[in-house]
Structures are given as structure tokens and as C-alpha cells.
Design a protein around this ligand. Structure first.
Ligand code: 5GP
Ligand code: ZN
Length: 136
């Protein structure tokens, strides 16, 4: 738990939330500013900042938890699909520094566009590939 963390306060019940589901490791609740209605957040109950910080012991259970909640959201909202997303770091749009996963129901006519793809220059793709591999 982190004293000033808003999601830790929600987990402790000090700030109310519209809870969807919880178990001993995770809590799912509705995002207060949904991208589409039914947009939910899944948070580990142990405070951690981002994916790199995420406890290894909880990794497998997390996917099961997300699948269960996402299925219920898709059914309840009659969604055509859903996005599972996680912002890691300010540059990626992370505002709350308690690791969390967004489950966003999507509709064929919701008007959101996919991110545009960039072009690699000649040889650049291989260069980046090698550089990434060198850090593994
Ligand atoms: P981030 O940009 O950090 O990935 O996403 C943080 C999310 O938390 C945002 O979508 C925001 O609407 C949501 N959020 C922030 N504060 C609260 C709150 O007090 N309650 C709820 N339910 N959601 C919150
Ligand atoms: Zn926290």
C-alpha cells in the first residue's frame, strides 16, 4: 500500500468505486471517465508502479482475472470487441502510478480509429530489431 495512491485508497475502501469483481489479488471497477461505457480498470491489490514492477507470483492469475471480467463486460454492453491496454510511464499516458489494466468495450460504430502506422527507412527495421535483441 502507498499512502497517497488513489488506487490504494480505492482498494482499502477509503474512496468509493463501482466495483465489478475482486479476489484476494485483484480488484476490477469502472473507470470514472470511460472511453466507452463499461470501461473498467483491473488493479493488483499490492501497490506497484508499472508492468516492470508487477509481482511475478501474480502474473498467471492476472490473465484469468482479466478474461473473466472482460467476458462479463462484453456481454453486459453487447460489445463487438474490447481493447486491453496498459499505459506504462508518463509518455505512454500513465497518470495514476499504480499499475492498472484498462478493459475497454468496443463497438463497430464507436468512431475510434486505430493508431496510424509509421514507415521504416531502408535497413532501419533490422537495426532496431538487432538493438532490441541485444538487450534481452
Ligand atoms: P492512466 O492514464 O493512468 O492509464 O489511467 C488512469 C485511469 O484512472 C483514467 O482512465 C481515469 O479516468 C481513471 N481514474 C482516475 N481517478 C479515478 C477514480 O478516483 N475513480 C475511478 N473509478 N477511476 C479513476
Ligand atoms: Zn497504489
Amino acid at each position: 500500500m502507498s499512502k497517497d495512491c488513489i488506487f490504494c485508497k480505492i482498494i482499502k475502501g477509503e474512496i468509493p468505486c463501482n466495483k465489478i469483481y475482486e479476489d484476494k489479488e485483484f480488484l476490477a471497477f469502472l473507470d470514472i471517465k470511460p472511453i466507452n461505457k463499461g470501461h473498467a480498470l483491473v488493479v493488483p491489490k499490492l501497490h506497484c508502479k508499472n508492468l516492470f514492477d508487477f509481482p511475478k507470483s501474480e502474473e498467471t492469475d492476472l490473465i484469468e482475472f482479466i478474461k473473466k471480467v472482460a467476458k462479463a463486460i462484453v456481454k453486459a454492453t453487447n460489445a463487438d470487441g474490447f481493447n486491453l491496454g496498459m499505459n506504462n510511464g508518463r509518455a505512454a499516458g500513465q497518470i495514476v502510478e499504480h499499475a492498472h489494466f484498462h478493459i475497454i468495450p468496443r463497438f463497430s460504430n464507436d468512431g475510434f480509429k486505430h493508431w496510424p502506422g509509421k514507415e521504416y527507412a531502408e535497413g532501419e527495421m533490422e537495426e532496431i530489431q538487432k538493438k532490441i535483441v541485444s538487450f534481452l
